[in-house]
Write a protein that binds this ligand. Sequence first.
Ligand code: ADP
Ligand code: NI
Length: 220
Amino acid sequence: MTSMLDRESIIQETANFVRKEQEGESSGHDWWHTYRVWKLAEQISKSESADSFIVQLAALLHDIADHKFNNGDLKAGRSIITDHLSTLGINQDSIEFINDIVENISFKGANVEESALSIEGKIVQDADRLDAIGAVGIARAFAYGGFSNRVIYNPDIKPEIHSDFQSYRSNTAPSINHFYEKLLLLKDRMHTTSAKKIAEERHRFMEQYLNQFFNEWEGN
Ligand code: ADP
Ligand code: NI
């Protein structure tokens, strides 16, 4: 039996570990993204019958592989997570469960089929996606755009609906296109009731922002 205190300190140790790894990252996967996803996921799990311990560990570790290995080497991510959690004495089944969540929550293109997820996975995916929309999501999209040398907007380049992960990942379109290729689609892909509610408001804010953006573009 693990006591509450043990679980608390395992979560705290994991937060310290991830913070050290992700501090100062500038592609949109910095520690504070992870922190927000962790807090949101913890909040959402209160209204669901889900294992909050698993939810919190998966939320904390969800971008550790992205950060370390830009090409998204899943095996490398799996071993970082496995090594870390084994050191803390987490059982193999829970480690497998957390790795499966981390590997299956990513957005892979508007028309790419999504993986089936456990309730814990759904909560982490909802939290990660909520942080991609709204005011913070807008900031992250342009931060990522700058990081990957994208222009803000070019009206000659139209948004695309990607049907495979490779073309979604390798596209070099302006940052504004990302709103149509991913961000505005997320609201309708939320799983939990509480995330759906938060998403509505963040979605409206992005629509307002885009309206203002296109008005200013034409000098209005
Ligand atoms: P995560 O899986 O953590 O949601 P991603 O790795 O897909 O995030 O992207 C990190 C951040 O960068 C997200 O906020 C995402 O919306 C943004 N982003 C990803 N691709 C693009 C893009 N092509 N243009 C602008 N922003 C992007
Ligand atoms: Ni993330």
